[in-house]
Each structure stands twice: as C-alpha cells, then as structure tokens.
Design a protein around this ligand. Structure first.
Ligand SMILES: Nc1ncnc2c1ncn2[C@@H]1O[C@H](COP(=O)(O)OP(=O)(O)OP(=O)(O)O)[C@@H](O)[C@H]1O
Length: 876
C-alpha cells in the first residue's frame, strides 16, 4: 500500500477495519416544513420529529391504529434543520469515505416536492467542498477527481455532460459492475469548475412543472465523483498503489400518487416510468432487507442496475428520505417511511479499492502468502470452533508435543533402568569382593577381634599395628620396618567407621566433651604427636569428613574404574548398613533416603540410584577392605592415578548429577526440597557470590570462597589429600566456580550437621567426629609412611628444616604430617602443605594433566549454571 498521511493513520486504520465488513445502509429522514402552497391550503403538519431518531405521526385518531405512529431511523431532521446539518450529521462521513478508497452513495428518496433536489444540491456541494479541503490538507498524496453525471429519464440513460442526447449504453463488467459506455468524465479542477459542471447538468436535466412542483425533476440524476489518489513518493516508481473509489449523489425523481399524475402526455409517461423504476427500487430494497437469499431483480430497471453496487454491494450508503408533513400527503409519506424501514435493514459490504501496479501487486501477494503461511504455522487461538482447519492444526501440534514428551520420558526411563542395572551389577561385584575380603580376614585373623565398626567380629590388624608404639621408629632414616608394602598401604585405606564408644582402639575422653563420641584421646606416643589433631577435633567439637568423603566416593563410584567402584560401593553400603547391629541396619533400611534429602551437595538422582537397593547383611560391609573415611586420598596411597581419577570423576559427576537433577526433577524437586529449607537455610554460598560475573568479581569471589573452603576443610576434618587435590586443581579459573560452590555447599552442610544436637547424620549415625578424626589420623599415618617411601633422606631432612622440625626430635615425619594443613589462615602454609602432600601422593606429577585429561574443566555456561545452581540451592 502506498504511503498515507501520518495524521490520517487512525482514520485509515478505521477504514481498514471497516473494509470488507457488512454495514447497514444509513437511513435519514428529513421532514420539510409546510410549503407556501400547503400553508395556503390550511394543511396540517401531522408529522413531527420527536427526537433525533424518531418521527411521529400525530393524527392517530384520524388514521386509526392500522399503521404505526412512530418510526425510528438512524437520524431524523425536523423542518427547521438546514441542509448543512443534514450533511454534517447524516451524510458527511459516508460521502467522504471515497477519499480513502471506499465507494459511497448518498440518495434522496421521497415523493415529489418533498425536498430531494433541495437536499441533494446542498449535500453535493458540501461534500465536494470537503473533498477539496481534504485534498488540500493531504499534499503527500496526488489526487485526481473525475466528475460525471447521468440522468435516467424514461428508462433511458443520458450523459448530462454531453449535449448529445444519445442514450448511454449500460453493460455489466464482471469486475467493475455496471458500466456506462462513453460516459463523459471531466477532471474536476476546482470549485468554480464544479459549479460550472453542476450548472451544466442542471440545465441538461429533465425538469417539468407538475401539479405539486413547479420544477419537478422528471428523471433520476446521478452525479458521480471518482477520486483516485496515490502517495506522491511512490509515483512513477512502478510500485505504487492507487486508491480509487466513487461517490454517487443520487437525486431520484419523486414518486407521485396516481391521482396526482398528469392524465396524459409527457408527464404521464414520465410519471409511469418514475413510479415503475421506484417500484423496482422498492422491491429490490425490500428483498435485500430480508437478506440476500433468492433472486434480486436489479435488472428490472436501469436505476436499480446502475445503483446495484450502492444498495447491495461494495459501497457505504446513506439514504435521505424526504417527507412532506402535510396531512394531504400522508399516504405518500407512509410509503416513503416503509421504503426507509426496508432500506435500514439492507446491508452493504464496502471495501477499500486499491489499484496496484504490477510490482506492488507482486509485493502485496508475497506478503499475503507469508501471512497465510504464518497463520498456518500458528493458528489463531481465538478462531471459532468452526475453524476446523485451525483446530486440526492445533490438535496436531498437541499430539506432536505429547509424542515428544513420551519419547523424553522413555529416554529417562531407559537411563534410570540402565543405572539400576549398573548398580545391581556393582552390588553383586561388591558383595563378591566383600566375601573375598571376609575370607581373607578369616585366613588372616592372627589378631584378636576388634571393636572396629567394620564389624564386631573383625580383627583390626591395622589398628593394632598403628597402636603399637614401635610402629613409628622415631627417626626418619628409613628403617626397614617402615617400608610397608603396598598391600599394607591398602589395608590402611580400610579405616572403619564406628561410633567411638564402640571402638576399643581409641578412648574417649569425657572431660573434653559431654558427648563421648565427639572427643578423642589417643593412647601411647601418639598422644604426643596427635595433640594438634586432637585440639583440632576438640575445637571443632563435632566434625566428620566421612560423609563428605562418602559423598565424593559415591559420586566417583558411578564413573570410575571397577576398582574404584568397588571401594566406593563399600563406602556407599556402609553409609546405609554399617551400623554394626541388626537393629541399626533395620533402622537404616526403613528410611534410607532421609539422610540424603538432608545432604545438600548430594544430587538427588544419586539418592534415587542407591536408596532402593538392598545391600544385604550389613555386617558384610564392615570388612577391612573398605574405603577409609579419607577415602579419596587414603584409598589411593598405593594407587595415585586411580585416586586422582576418582577425585576428578567425583567432582565432575557431582556437578553433572546436579544438572541432571535439575533437568529431571524440575519444579517437583524444588517443592520437595522446600521441606528441608528450614534446616539448612543458611547453608550455601553467599548469594552475592553465586556466579563468577566479571573477572574482577570472580577473582574476589574465588579468594573468599577458597578461604571459606579451607576453614571448612579443617572444621570438617577433610582428608588432606582431598584438600590438596582440590586446592591445586581449582586455582581461580572462572570455569572452576561451580566446583567451588559445590564444595563450599557440602562442607557448610557438614559443619551445620555436626553442630546439630546429635552431631551425626540421622541415617548414618556411625559417621561422627570421632570417626572422622580417626580417619584423618590414619591418613597422616599413611603420609608418614609415604614420606619414608617416596622421599629421599635428603628430601626429608630438607622438609623438616623448612617446617622447623628439630632433626633430633622423635617422630619427625608424624610431626610434619600433623603440621600439614594445620594453619588455615596462612596461605603460604596452605600452599606448602599442598605441595608436600601432592609430592607424597604423586599428585604434582599428574594432577594438572589429569584435570585437563578428565575434562574437569567441564563447565556449563554461566547463565545456565547460575539458574541451575540457584534452584539447586532452593531445593536445600
Ligand atoms: N427543507 C426544506 N426547507 C425549505 N424549503 C424546502 C425544503 N425542502 C424543499 N423545499 C422547497 O420545496 C420545493 C420542492 O423541493 P424539491 O424540488 O427539492 O422537491 P423534490 O422532492 O425534488 O421534487 P421532485 O421530485 O418533484 O423533483 C422547493 O421549492 C424547495 O425550495
């Protein structure tokens, strides 16, 4: 569409809205005053406009009740209203539709001498004046006004702009409707030109004196203005669109009563034609008023043929019915009103008429195609129910969506099934390995039974060995009995968990804590070297890294090698079943999932994997081959690569499972997690630090998180190897943020848990501070062994000097092991501790490479992670 004036946009939009919509013919009544003749004849005005829409017949007594007395129309005008008012209030809007490309017609219908010509002359002039005014105000568009005028006189169509009386031929064009061939069309230049043309037409029109009207119009006159307009900016560019429409000003000849017809001659003939054509018009209108069913006899008269578009087609139409109020004309007035009543029921369907250039047409068609395609793709939701196509489309989309959901659910089911299978297989292997372990123990039980948590009937050879004051030779010369073979190291990994009260190898010191489980004393020489550790445990009062470790182990178990899996499975089993008593085992079995729900760092998907499983007799898992509390490190003293793999896989899986949990559980998980919010609402990272954000922010955030983590490691007695791996692997790369957050969150939870009343996880009461401290001690003992095994004498001496350990003191290696990671506020100390541990467990040689190799840099996009993490936190 070509451009349209900005200020007319609203009007244009209104026209667009009207376009193609059905609209009733606008019917007006104009009641003229009694004329001189009527007044002279003492006529009475029986008709009165009682308001703007109703005309009332007042002489009901005379007429009786056979006719209605009140008639309502769109607008009625009393005798004292001037033509300007009639135009402004009744015809203007419709007449001026033409400038926006919509055909329009203004009719005057009424009996002879009722004021049709009087009205239409004024209406025509006001309308043309407004059209000129509109054009003047819309210079952005180029207008062309064509003026033509015809009369239908005795069923002959004459061109009023031509002096040639040759009748115009009327033919029907399938697209344009009725066309008058060779009709003169004058390009209207200005107001003066209009007056000139109107005068000419008036002169040409058949007018004669009748009984009622000295200058009675004896023909139907149609003055037509055809207005074309195009946006100037598109003119001549080949892609313009032109609005083209016509407005008809129709002054019909007046109907006459038979008694009033001239008895003979020209007037009689005229009167007959007039009445006949008006009768046809009336019939057409009446039929149209009842709907468009059946045949409409437009072709019965030239008048109806020519007016067909105006009364039943593409035009907006107003009919002004003129009335004489005189009592003597009541019959004609009633006829006019009946005609008006029918006319107001007739609808037309006006459209904006656009003539497009080929180029513009192509463009328009392309737009239309695109629109239709878009409609097909996204069916209109407001479409009626009868719109079966769109309904079907909607259903198709729903089916498509459901099919996708089914597929997705099937995928999830398969995944879950495969995990269950894996776990069952793992359990099988695990049970087998446990059995083997038990057999080994049976073969090897040269020591007395221990009260180890690993099982009341299990001998704790390792504990016995470490409790032996001669275990540490007191020097670092590398005496032969410190050269423990790897298999011994493996045994050391099997640090059993047990409530301290049940572990005879260590003695609780009730003086340190009201809770015997929480404070430990170590007998013999260990007491001296373990002071710091004990102090640590005392300060923390309640701590354990066993759960933390268990967490890492379990996660890593799902990804690691079978060997790792074996160990971690043991650990998993222990969490549920290593109670050392059947009652405890039963208790665990009843509520296996609860403890996990309370564990924030543990992906729920993991819980789903393990919770339903039956690990069998709990006592079977208390064997010596179990992972230690400090399993990630302790497990791997003899198997460094594996242990780092496990650590890496564990971290990676932890994050991965967290995401899976988000994906699978969605809102439901969040809702479920809400029940736990109360308990752990303070657990988690600082909300301000949820995402790395800018590099500067991340740097600050990392430093803050790292410090918190280091403190929490100490508080939770986390294995030194774990601390070392973590500290050395996650050094401030923004990609590490999620691991930092996971670590921080689970440690915070642990601390919270151990500060709670019972100091242990509800469903894993064996996991206590005592067990954690014991495991840490064992890890240090392992490090002591590794110092001997993996460091040369010179290296050890150098280390002792660096760590201010007198070379002549006893248990130097244990002193060093105890000092490692003990000063959490000194980052140099932390770094040096990590370096030493890394060297001992050979992490320094392969750790960083492994980080890359195992894709620990796996990092979701920050944006994803943020939201995931947030909702994950919400689930706490
Ligand atoms: N509303 C009016 N106010 C004053 N005078 C009017 C009014 N309507 C019509 N007249 C006068 O009545 C006379 C007849 O009017 P007009 O010729 O317009 O009637 P008509 O309906 O066209 O008649 P015909 O069908 O015979 O041509 C004219 O002299 C005109 O001035």
């Amino acid at each position: 569409m070509g451009a349209i004036g900005g200020e007319e946009l609203l009007k244009w939009e209104k026209m667009q809205a009207l376009s193609g919509r059905e609209e009733k013919i606008f019917v007006l009544i104009r009641l003229r005053p009694l004329n001189e003749k009527e007044t002279a004849a003492n006529e009475t005005a029986d008709w009165e406009c009682i308001n703007d829409t109703t005309v009332l017949y007042r002489n009901t007594l005379r007429e009786g009740s056979t006719f209605p007395s009140a008639y309502t129309f769109d607008r009625v005008f009393r005798g004292d209203c001037d033509t300007r008012q009639v135009y402004e209030e009744g015809a203007k809007e419709i007449a001026l539709s033409v400038v926006n490309g919509i055909n329009s017609s203004i009719f005057a219908y009424g009996q002879t001498s009722s004021g049709k010509t009087y009205t239409m002359v004024g209406i025509t002039e006001y309308a043309v004046a407004d059209i000129f005014d509109y054009i003047k105000r819309h210079e952005e568009r180029a207008f062309v006004i064509k003026f033509s005028a015809i009369e239908i006189y005795n069923e002959v169509v004459r061109d009023l702009l031509s002096t040639d009386n040759t009748p115009l031929r009327l033919r029907d064009d399938p697209e344009r409707g009725p066309i008058l061939e060779k009709l003169t069309e004058e390009n209207l230049r200005d107001w003066g030109h209009l007056q000139e043309l109107l005068s000419f037409c008036e002169a040409q029109r058949q007018v004669g004196e009748t009984y009622l009207n000295e200058k009675s119009s004896r023909s139907h006159q149609i003055i037509r203005l055809t207005i074309e307009s195009s946006a100037r900016e598109f003119l001549g560019k080949g892609n313009s669109a032109t609005l083209a429409a016509s407005v008809n000003f129709v002054d019909l000849a007046g109907s006459e009563r038979a008694s009033q017809l001239s008895s003979a001659g020209v007037r009689l003939k005229e009167g007959c034609h007039i009445n006949r054509s008006l009768l046809t018009l009336g019939t057409v209108i009446r039929k149209l008023s009842k709907g468009r069913n059946g045949h409409i006899n437009y072709r019965d008269s030239k008048l109806t043929r020519i007016l067909q578009p105006s009364i039943g087609g593409n035009a907006r139409t107003a009919i002004i019915c003129t009335l004489s109020p005189a009592r003597s004309h009541v019959e004609q007035t009633r006829n006019t009103l009946l005609f008006a009543c029918c006319a107001k029921e007739v609808t037309t369907k006006a459209q904006v008429n656009v003539v497009m250039s080929d180029k513009a047409l192509v463009k328009q068609l392309q737009k239309e195609v695109a629109r239709l395609e878009s409609e097909l793709r996204t069916p209109n939701p407001t479409a009626s129910n009868c719109d079966y196509v769109s309904l079907l489309r909607k259903k198709d989309l729903q089916i498509e969506k459901l099919e996708k959901e089914v597929k997705e659910l099937a995928k999830q089911r398969d995944l879950a099934q495969s995990r269950v299978d894996d776990l069952l297989r793992m359990i099988e292997e695990d049970q087998k390995s446990k059995k083997d372990g038990e057999d080994n123990w049976d073969d090897d039980h040269s020591v007395s039974e221990s009260s180890s948590i690993c099982g009341p009937h299990r001998p704790d050879r390792r504990m016995r060995e470490f409790d032996n004051p001669h275990f540490d030779d007191g020097d670092d010369t590398g005496s032969s009995h410190e050269e423990y073979p790897d298999e011994v190291c493996k045994e050391v990994q099997c640090i059993e968990l047990e409530e301290s009260s049940r572990d005879n190898s260590e003695h609780l010191d009730p003086s340190l804590s009201g809770n015997g489980e929480l404070a430990l004393t170590v007998s013999g020489e260990e007491n001296e070297t373990m002071n710091e550790e004990r102090e640590e445990s005392q300060i923390q009062n309640n701590s354990s890294y066993s759960v933390l470790d268990q967490f890492s182990q379990d996660i890593s178990g799902s990804m690691s090698s079978s060997r790792s899996l074996k160990l971690t499975r043991s650990w998993s089993c222990r969490e549920y079943h290593m109670t050392g008593s059947p009652e405890r085992a039963g208790e665990m079995d009843r509520t296996p999932a609860n403890g996990f729900e309370r564990f924030p760092g543990r992906p729920d998907s993991w819980r789903r994997k393990l919770a339903p499983l039956d690990f069998g007799d709990s006592t079977r898992f208390g064997d010596g081959s179990q992972s230690s509390i400090g399993s990630p490190s302790a497990n791997e003293f003899g198997e460094e690569v594996t242990s780092i793999q496990t650590f890496v896989a564990g971290m990676k899986e932890m994050v991965k499972l967290e995401y899976q949990k988000q994906l699978v559980d969605g809102q439901g998980e969040e809702t479920q997690g809400k029940s736990s919010v109360k308990n752990v609402k303070d657990v988690g990272v600082d909300p301000m630090l949820e995402a790395p954000g800018t590099p500067l922010n991340w740097s600050l955030q990392f430093t803050k998180q790292q410090k918190e983590i280091i403190e929490l490691w100490k508080a939770c007695c986390v294995p030194l190897t774990h601390r070392t791996y973590f500290f050395l692997l996650f050094r401030g790369d923004p990609k590490d943020s999620i691991y930092m957050e996971v670590e921080l969150r689970r440690l915070t939870f642990l601390k919270e848990t151990f500060f709670s009343a019972n100091g242990s996880l509800k469903d894993a009461p064996t996991i206590t501070l005592a067990a954690s401290v014991k495991a840490l001690r064992r890890e240090r003992e392992m490090l002591v062994k590794l110092m001997q095994k993996r460091l040369s004498g010179d290296e050890r001496t150098k280390l002792f000097k660096e760590w201010d350990i007198p070379l002549d003191s006893k248990r130097r290696r244990m002193q060093l092991a105890t000092r490692l990671w003990s000063n959490t506020s000194d980052m140099n100390h932390v770094m040096e501790s990590a370096t030493v541990v890394a060297k001992l467990v050979r992490f320094s040689e392969q750790g960083m490479a492994l980080k890359e190799m195992f894709g620990l840099s796996f990092t979701p996009q920050h944006t994803v992670r943020r939201s995931s993490w947030r909702s994950s936190r919400a689930s706490l």
